[in-house]
Write a protein that binds this ligand. Structure first.
Ligand SMILES: [Zn+2]
Length: 92
């Protein structure tokens, strides 16, 4: 058993991600808390990108937003799909 640093619940070691850098081989934060932190990070980045487009490229923002709604995607996914990578940037 191990107590999660974040939610303070006492959980089985299997509830923690494996991390060899730690003494007991598991992270100090349970999987559930870990996922919350990651989701939050993604949300913040998405939020920043969305705001940036809204502020600086409103026409593009609208186009992508429409695409996102039609294709039932998040703004970011619609944006990523809209980007065409030039041949010379392809990894060989
Ligand atoms: Zn936790």
């Amino acid at each position: 058993m191990k107590t999660c640093e974040k939610c303070n619940r006492e959980l089985e070691l299997s509830e923690y991600e494996i991390d060899k850098r730690h003494q007991d081989g598991h992270k100090d934060v349970c999987i559930q808390c870990q996922q919350q932190v990651e989701n939050k990070k993604i949300n913040t980045i998405e939020d920043k990108i969305t705001k940036y487009f809204k502020k600086n490229h409103i026409d593009l923002y609208k186009q992508i937003q429409i695409k996102a709604i039609i294709e039932d995607k998040s703004f970011i996914n619609a944006l990523v799909d809209s980007i065409e990578v030039n041949d010379k940037y392809k990894i060989k």
